[in-house]
Each structure stands twice: as structure tokens, then as C-alpha cells.
Design a protein around this ligand. Structure first.
Ligand code: SER
Length: 320
């Protein structure tokens, strides 16, 4: 049976992943952790929560041993936009945090799942249907740490036999917890503003396509890859996965199918626009499909219908 520690457990992914993992593996087998001293009630009431800074290697090791952890899902990270304003923090958490996790995994025989990102690509990468194995020369601190992280995970597998696995996440869209300072966050904020104010001002310019995914598919990818038959995995880390690719105006068209008077305008943020321009338009995910059966369920239309309904419920608003 898996005994799982999730780091960064109170973030956009962790908040949802922890509850799904507890449903699948049992509440007592999924330990939530984050740097915060305390956690929301729904996490505490369903299982154990540990306050762990991933830069504190000693505490990380103690928590893993105390709970007999054999699988770490390492989500603690600084995202792309924050990384450009706080490069030292991004380097420290994204590199040294991962290094500490891999070292603990090596010592305790744990597996490690950790996400990479579309940010692991850069301006010289083929932009459309970006291949699994291609040029990776990112131009953000976040991207640099993600490429290095992919390599570190491969290294710990090859050199020490640590069962490392991971995907390259696109922008993730969800209604439970907000993303924390990424470039793709506009695709979440737009839904909040559509429901609250029937308009949104995008900091990403018209025509800027990026790969995106609805959270249920992201969660499914983590579970599917963690459970995948290792003998079928030629790659281990950094699988391209894709669900949809769109620009802000494409999302507006979908939202207007539900909120016809929704209006989108633009006030472009040069920093985040430059980041977005350096990333692919769309990824080729055929390797993930072939090696572990990756298949998304949500396209832009299905996601938008579900997102608006669930978010309106959460905000206590109607939009129809
Ligand atoms: N969503 C992330 C970001 O925008 C990409 O991994 O930083």
C-alpha cells in the first residue's frame, strides 16, 4: 500500500489532489504538508497535516520516517511570474526543495512524483505540437529550475534507482484554490470576473495561445502515472501532457455561450507577456498516450460549462 506525503499541499493542485488521494488510498495513508503552520478544516478533519518547509531537509526526513512514507508527491514550488520578481527564492525552493526531496527518497526508498511545466521550453523550442524530446532553453528562472529538475529526477532514477515520475503541466484551471503567481493564471481569474462582473481585463495579449488543462484531468494524470506499469515507461519524468490550447479571446467566446454580455479587454503586462511568448502554443502528448495511456476528458467547452457552474455555486452567485 502506498503511504504518501504531499508537499505544497495547500496550493492549487495540492488542495484537490490530497482529497482525491485520500479517497483512493485511504485517509490514513495520505499525509498533507506545506510550509503553513496550519491547514483548512477539511484537510485536518480527514487526515494528518504536517507543517514542513521543504528547505528543512532534517524535518522532511523526520516526517517521512515518522509516517513510513514510501511515495512523495512534491508540489512545493514558486511559479513563473513570482520567479521573475524573486529569482533567489524561486531558485532556492525549486532546486534545493527538490534536491532535499530526492535525497530523502533515496535514503528511505520512496518514489517521487513531481511536476515539470510547459515553462521548461523556451523561444528556440518548436512552438506548435512541441515534441516530447526537443530543444529546452527556457528564458525564465522558473523554466531553468524546471529543466534542471527534470534532469535531477532522471539522474536519481538512473543513478540510485529512485522511482521518479512526472509530467509537464500546462496552465491549470480550477475553482477550489487559486494559482499562486503564474503566467497562465488569467485563465482562472477570467471565470471569477465573468461571474462577478461580466467582464475581464486580460494581462495576456489577444492571439497568445498557451496549453491549458482542467484540474480533474491534471489530478487524473498524477494518479495514472503514479500507478503506471514501470516496465512500459521509456521516459520517467517530464511527460508532455495536453488537453487544450487557447488564447484569451477563445476563452471569451466559450464564456459568452453562457454569459452573452461578457466582455473581454486587455491591459497587457509586459513581464508575463514575454514569458507567455517564450512558451509553446501546444504540446505533442503522444509519448504519454503511448507509454501510460494518457487521455484527457475535458476540452474548452466542457471545462467552461463545468467551471462556471461550480464556481458560481462556490461564490453563491448566479450568472444565467
Ligand atoms: N502555470 C504555470 C505558470 O504559469 C506554468 O507551469 O507559471
Amino acid at each position: 500500500m502506498k503511504k504518501i506525503l504531499v508537499t505544497g499541499g495547500l496550493g492549487q493542485i495540492g488542495t484537490e489532489l490530497i482529497m482525491t488521494l485520500r479517497g483512493v488510498y485511504g485517509n490514513e495513508n495520505v499525509i498533507a504538508s506545506s510550509i503553513e503552520p496550519d491547514c483548512p478544516d477539511f484537510i485536518r478533519e480527514t487526515g494528518v497535516y504536517e507543517s514542513v518547509d521543504v528547505l528543512d531537509a532534517k524535518k522532511l526526513g523526520e516526517v517521512c520516517r515518522k509516517h513510513d512514507i514510501n511515495q512523495i508527491v512534491h508540489l512545493a514550488a514558486i511559479l513563473s511570474a513570482v520567479g521573475e520578481s524573486k529569482p533567489q527564492l524561486a531558485y532556492d525552493i525549486n532546486m534545493n526543495g527538490l534536491f532535499n526531496v530526492l535525497e530523502v527518497a533515496r535514503e528511505t526508498g520512496s518514489g517521487v512524483f513531481t511536476p515539470s511545466s510547459i515553462a521548461a521550453f523556451g523561444p528556440s523550442t518548436p512552438k506548435d505540437m512541441t515534441p516530447q524530446d526537443t530543444v529546452q532553453r527556457p528564458t525564465t528562472m522558473y523554466g531553468v529550475t524546471k529543466v534542471a529538475g527534470e534532469l535531477l529526477c532522471d539522474y536519481y532514477h538512473q543513478r540510485y534507482g529512485v522511482d521518479t515520475r512526472g509530467v509537464r503541466f500546462p496552465g491549470l484551471i480550477s475553482y477550489k484554490a487559486l494559482p499562486g503567481g503564474g503566467t497562465t493564471d488569467y485563465a482562472v481569474h477570467i471565470y471569477y470576473e465573468a461571474i462577478k462582473n461580466r467582464k475581464y481585463t486580460s494581462y495576456i495579449a489577444q492571439g497568445t495561445k498557451m496549453d491549458m488543462m482542467y484540474m480533474p484531468d491534471a489530478i487524473k494524470s498524477i494518479l495514472d502515472l503514479m500507478e503506471a506499469d514501470p516496465s512500459k515507461l521509456i521516459h520517467r519524468n517530464a511527460f508532455n501532457i495536453a488537453a487544450m490550447s487557447f488564447a484569451p479571446e477563445d476563452l471569451a467566446v466559450e464564456i459568452m455561450k453562457h454569459i452573452p454580455d461578457f466582455r473581454l479587454d486587455y491591459a497587457v503586462d509586459p513581464v508575463r507577456q514575454e514569458i507567455a511568448d517564450s512558451w509553446p502554443n501546444s504540446l505533442d502528448d503522444s509519448t504519454a498516450r503511448a507509454e501510460w495511456g494518457w487521455k484527457p476528458e475535458y476540452d474548452i467547452a466542457k471545462m467552461t460549462a463545468d467551471m462556471l457552474e461550480k464556481l458560481a455555486e462556490k461564490l453563491g452567485k448566479t450568472y444565467k
